[in-house]
Design a protein around this ligand. Structure first.
Ligand code: MG
Ligand code: MG
Length: 266
């Protein structure tokens, strides 16, 4: 069942989504070689709580942390850890907050230091695929139109692996609502997009194989070939002419560009 949101509820959701964006910007500013991903998690968790919100992921199906931090071959659902970040790392940070009864859920991939050209391209194409999906997220289209746009660009045009096992989703009072929003599929298929729907669009794009496996920690999803993966996620309110993006990368990108340890020209 799809839960449609009123205009007032959309504004509450915007507040939750923007709090995630601000949290990701704070994390972006703190990334540097030698810092642990657990430290990033703690910065995020503290900021979320200071803003009268709760981290959505902590305790979700037993997930033990406030954030998911997935480094290199980890695609999503990585555990923050005592591992120190180092130049060449690709660090995907996924954060959810619950505030005023609604969840926000957004993710961003950061590169530490100068990374190989093939990883710059992976980041660029993954972020661009997200916006191509968002272009299709308008009233009257179908979920498959979003799915097809992402898959066609990332997989057919650029030969990357589009993860099949995990998908985007509806968002609202629950972290994961109907409909599922896969990053692969056929045009004109799936649930109809209607005003009042809020969805999380989140391409997870692998450098090579689309295949993934569950790490023995029970959560972390890794690429089958051990190669890196990128992940960007926005929350989108379906409207008639053009999607309304509830989250924002503006502050995150500004923090990325002003952090000398992050590569941002991708
Ligand atoms: Mg997320
Ligand atoms: Mg999500």
């Amino acid at each position: 069942m799809i839960h449609y949101k009123s205009k007032a509820e959309i504004e509450l959701m915007r507040e939750s989504s923007l709090l995630v964006s601000k949290t990701l910007a704070l994390v972006a500013a703190a990334i540097k070689p030698g810092v642990t991903t657990l430290k990033l998690n703690d910065i995020a968790e503290q900021f979320i709580k200071q803003n009268d919100a709760k981290p959505s992921f902590k305790g979700y199906n037993g997930f033990p942390f406030a954030t998911c931090i997935s480094v290199n071959d980890a695609v999503v659902h990585g555990f923050p850890s005592a591992r120190e970040m180092q130049p060449g790392d690709l660090v995907s940070v996924d954060i959810g907050v619950f505030k005023n009864g609604f969840h926000g859920d957004s993710a961003y991939t950061f590169a530490i230091g100068d990374i190989p050209g093939e990883l710059k391209q992976l980041m660029h194409i993954t972020k661009a695929s997200l916006y191509l999906g968002i272009e299709k997220a308008v009233h009257g289209n179908r979920v498959g139109d979003i799915s097809y746009a992402i898959q066609h660009y990332a997989e057919r045009e650029h030969k990357y692996g589009v993860v099949r096992d995990l998908v985007g989703h509806g968002l609202g009072k629950h972290l994961h609502e109907e409909p599922q929003v896969p990053n692969f599929g056929k045009k004109g298929t799936g649930a109809k997009l209607l005003e009042g729907m809020v969805i999380a669009i989140e391409p997870m794009i692998n450098l090579d194989t689309k295949d993934v496996f569950h790490d023995k920690d029970g959560w972390t999803i890794r690429t089958a070939d051990g190669k890196p993966s990128a992940h960007y996620e926005h929350n989108v309110n379906i409207r008639k002419s053009k999607a309304d993006i509830l989250s924002s990368f503006t502050e995150i990108e500004a923090a990325e560009q002003s952090n000398p340890h992050l590569f941002s020209d991708y």
